[in-house]
Write a protein that binds this ligand. Structure first.
Ligand SMILES: *Cc1c(COP(=O)(O)O)cnc(C)c1O
Ligand SMILES: [Zn+2]
Length: 559
């Protein structure tokens, strides 16, 4: 039994979590939430943290993974909490802190989400996944997918700035550029994943994604306590802020942070749950509009008008309703700022605090300025602002041609706003992929070597990949799947690579399969003679670069 369960938000049914089991088995709801034995965990929770490094994995008992995968980590979480010294002075508030999420591995707070979700996929043995993104999710997932040996498809709306698209492509992710809104790109990505039976990343409906964002709350509570000490009345060991301020698109961040503080409160570690300030950009502010009209549900914005593509979720769905509930119970607000206000805040933040941020991040600071000015935030409130991210420009010339595939949705289809299958959107999908991909068998007894070769293939294009971990399996695999190419290790227990080659040649069904040998062994002249004429090429582990192998593979499968 695992240390957590997936609990349905609608009927309360509890089940074991599996990434592909995304609906409640009892009622079909897509809204599942991780539940832990908080009562049992609270004893000794703080003491256990003492010896652990300051990364998000220090909270592993309340994270939805079975084991921390040291091979995946890029040092996610553990970002500094910086005091806003000059801004604080300017605004007349001594307790404004900035959680500097630019310092995550890919420079945005999406690293928390990606680290958890890719870990969960890896634990479940999933090797291919699909997502839609306004940029940063795709960048972050791409980095972790590269380490994990997971092939990623990223559906990006054409509004995403080219430097972000290039960064996604740089990581070897297949970029699909969708000329449509972000909400439509999400629909297409979901349908693409469904047709191909692939994992689709569901953002606020994904347990690991929400739990990744939750770690912000735990870090903030620990860091505020280090600076300010625990609450004066001794009511809890850790301190929670009065306000958490974030720029919001789909609302996953505040959703996770709210859950984090609720759990900390349930464990008695903090004495209050902060109010959330959700700041949107005026050109796409469905939440702020609904809040102003005191509506618990947001009306979608069909065509967002903002230069800040990161925040272009027009249809926040139930996440808004969850945040609305939070605001009604614990306080909070939804507000919007113009693009101009955001750009001004960006400039002020850089000049006053030495923080250069992307426009989406500046939205939160513009919101903060307005809230202090209009008195929503009081001079003695403790405020934490999420400094969500920064853009790294990727050199135009490194990628060459053809790194993105284009999906242009006809104007007619784009005009249809209802969610659900849309003929125009769906027929565009068919042009995206071939019916059959080159089939490649990877044979190696070392899992790390298999992951490396899988990754080289994934980053090169579309392949159907098979793996065998010994010679006997390789021979069976070759007979059963008739791969177009085999990448073969020589030194393996039982039947080694030489044995595999002999067996392939003996069977006329497999005799013609081209073979690339990749070996760590220094071959004797006799062994070299034995391979001569049997294999297409020979590569020495530790000496080849991924491009060499990729070139070999391409010439073999494309002829
Ligand atoms: C994703 C993102 C946001 C919005 O976050 P949500 O919690 O998903 O609404 C804000 N700023 C940056 C830099 C982001 O990448
Ligand atoms: Zn249910």
């Amino acid at each position: 039994m695992s240390h957590f369960v997936a609990q349905c938000m609608d009927c309360g049914h509890r089940s074991t979590y599996h990434p592909m089991q995304y609906a409640c088995p009892n009622c079909g709801s897509l809204w599942l939430e991780a539940q832990y034995d908080l009562e049992g965990l609270k004893e000794g929770f703080v003491a256990r943290l003492e010896r652990r490094p300051f990364t998000l994995w220090r909270y592993r008992e309340v994270l939805p993974i079975r084991r921390v995968n040291e091979d995946l980590t890029l040092g996610e979480g553990g970002t500094p909490l910086v005091k806003a010294v000059n801004l604080g002075m300017m605004l007349g508030n001594e307790n404004i802190y900035i959680k500097d999420e630019r310092q995550g591995p890919t420079n945005s707070f999406k690293d928390r989400q990606a680290a958890l979700e890719i870990s969960a996929l890896k634990e479940a043995g999933i090797t291919e996944a699909v997502l839609a993104s306004t940029g940063n999710v795709a960048i972050s997932f791409s980095a972790y997918a590269a380490r994990a040996g997971i092939k990623l498809w990223a559906f990006l709306t054409s509004l995403v700035p080219p430097e972000k698209m290039r960064e996604v492509a740089l990581y070897g992710t297949q970029v699909v550029k969708v000329t449509a809104t972000y909400d439509q790109a999400k629909q297409m990505a979901a349908e693409f994943a469904r047709q191909r039976g692939l994992y689709y990343s569901r953002g606020s409906k994904s347990i690991p994604s929400v739990e990744g964002m939750k770690t912000l709350a735990l870090e903030i509570a620990e860091q505020l306590t280090q600076r300010l000490g625990p609450p004066e009345d001794g009511s809890a060991p850790w301190r929670a802020p009065d306000w958490y301020v974030q720029s919001v698109s789909g609302g996953l961040g505040p959703q996770g942070v709210a859950k984090g503080f609720r759990e900390l409160y349930a464990m008695g570690l903090v004495n209050k749950i902060p109010a959330l300030a959700n700041i949107q950009t005026a050109g796409c502010a469905p939440m702020a509009r609904a809040w102003e009209a005191d509506q618990p549900e947001a009306t979608p914005i069909p065509s967002p008008r903002t230069h800040i593509a990161t925040l272009a979720t027009g249809a926040p769905g139930r996440t808004y309703s969850l945040l609305y509930q939070h605001a009604k119970t614990y306080g909070g607000t939804f507000a919007s700022v113009s693009d101009e206000e955001a750009f001004r805040a960006m400039h002020i933040l850089a000049k006053m605090e030495g923080l250069s941020v992307e426009p989406a991040t500046a939205v939160a600071f513009a919101g903060l300025f307005n809230m202090v000015r209009n008195g929503d935030i009081r001079p003695d409130d403790i405020v934490v602002v999420n400094c969500t991210g920064h853009t790294i420009p990727i050199e135009r010339t490194v990628l060459g041609e053809g790194w993105a595939r284009n999906l242009v949705v006809s104007r007619q289809a784009a005009a249809v706003q209802e969610p659900g299958p849309e003929e125009g959107l769906l027929s565009a999908l068919h042009r995206l992929t071939a019916d059959r991909y080159p089939r490649v068998a990877i044979v190696d007894d070392t899992p790390d070597a298999r992951r490396l070769i899988r990754r080289i293939l994934q980053a090169q294009g579309d392949f159907t990949i098979f793996e065998a971990e010994n010679g006997r399996e390789a021979i069976e695999l070759a007979r059963r799947e008739k791969p177009d190419l085999m990448i073969l290790d020589l030194m393996m227990p039982e039947v080694d690579g030489f044995g595999v080659l002999d067996a392939l040649k003996e069977d006329e069904e497999t005799a013609e399969i081209p073979v690339i040998v990749v070996t760590a062994k220094t071959l004797t002249p006799a062994e070299k003679r034995r391979l001569k004429g049997q294999v297409h090429s020979l590569m020495q582990k530790g000496e080849f670069m991924s491009d060499d192998l990729a070139d070999e593979i391409r010439t073999l499968v494309e002829e």
